[in-house]
Design a protein around this ligand. Structure first.
Ligand code: 13P
Length: 306
């Protein structure tokens, strides 16, 4: 149990036909929400830090996640989301991450293969799992914005070639989703036939980025509490279930937690303008995020698998 590699968690998921969530964190409360939800639902889970999250929280945040993972009663993986270079992945491996993503999906295929293979060799020598990406998602990815028209859906033959050439453990595929709260500019879709075709050629776990549901109830609450989020749309849970049944094993969610956090902090401050105890401001947000994560875990099918 406790701190586990990504491949241990995800190979069981692909074989068992269920999905596991990778939830991004950048502070104590988000991490507690994820770990508490995993323990409450008996789910394996990946806790993801992006490079931005790593810059924000530094080694103390990494050590916090590692400590909570080691003490947990369910399998937990610490994962680097969208590592941009060999050096960044190596830094994460040295800090104790049990999974790293090398994302060279913006480069040409030959460069992507060379750079990914380099990370795979180093990570595997350290017992760390590797996620790679081929194809290109639209939306906001850390500091990079990819316009919807510049997104490139993953080709099944390319995916097969790429996985054989690199030896990566799991593959992020571009199948129509995009990062952020405005997916598909009001018309989010998932290319289910494409997932099926990729899964027929790649037996390793497949990864869906940009999977947040962006629940309209939360968006309405956020806006009612003084937020301003227009044109928000996410991925329907039925689409997520279908994608899982076709081979998606890792499902990334960041936006839904951010929405829950910002909504409840706004509501809490508005309700008690005199309050200034951080625990009373952040505690309710933590509880709402936990509820969001638990619901996602039930949709993914990983509840009860730990
Ligand atoms: P969302 O923006 O849909 O939550 O996706 C997050 C993600 O894919 C992180 O890698």
């Amino acid at each position: 149990m406790s701190l586990t590699t990504g491949m241990e968690i995800l190979s069981a998921a692909r074989a068992g036909g269920y999905g596991v969530g990778a939830f991004n964190t950048s502070n104590l409360e988000i991490t507690q929400a994820i770990v508490r939800a995993a323990e409450a639902t008996r789910s394996p889970v990946l806790i993801a830090l992006s490079e931005g999250g790593l810059e924000y929280g530094g080694k103390p945040l990494v050590d916090l996640v590692l400590g909570m993972a080691r003490d947990a009663t369910v399998p937990i993986c610490l994962h680097l989301d969208h590592g941009s270079s060999f050096e960044r992945c190596l830094q994460a491996i040295r800090l104790g991450f049990t999974s790293v993503m090398i994302d060279k999906s913006h480069a040409d295929e030959a460069t992507n293969v060379i750079e990914t293979k380099r990370v795979v060799d180093a990570a595997h020598a350290a017992g760390v799992s590797v996620e790679a990406e081929i194809g290109r998602l639209g939306g906001v990815e850390e500091h990079v914005v990819v316009a919807e028209e510049d997104a490139i859906l993953t080709k099944p033959d390319e995916a097969e070639r790429f996985m054989e050439a690199t030896g990566a453990d799991y593959l992020a595929v571009a199948i129509g989703t995009s990062h952020g709260a405005n997916k598909g500019v009001g018309r989010p879709f998932i290319d289910h036939a494409r997932i099926e075709a990729i899964a027929a050629r790649v037996s390793k776990p497949l990864v869906m980025h940009g999977a947040s549901g962006v629940p309209s109830a939360l968006v309405e609450r956020l806006n009612a509490a003084g937020g301003s989020l227009a044109g928000a749309s996410g991925i329907h849970e039925d689409d997520v279930r279908r994608a899982v049944s076709r081979g998606i094993a890792k499902i990334n969610t960041d936006t839904d937690l951010r929405l829950a956090f910002a909504t409840v902090v706004r509501e809490t401050l508005a309700r008690g303008p005199g309050g200034f105890d951080p625990r009373k401001i952040l505690g309710p947000a933590r509880d709402e995020m936990q509820a969001v994560v638990e619901e996602r875990m039930r949709v993914f099918g990983c509840a009860g698998k730990a």
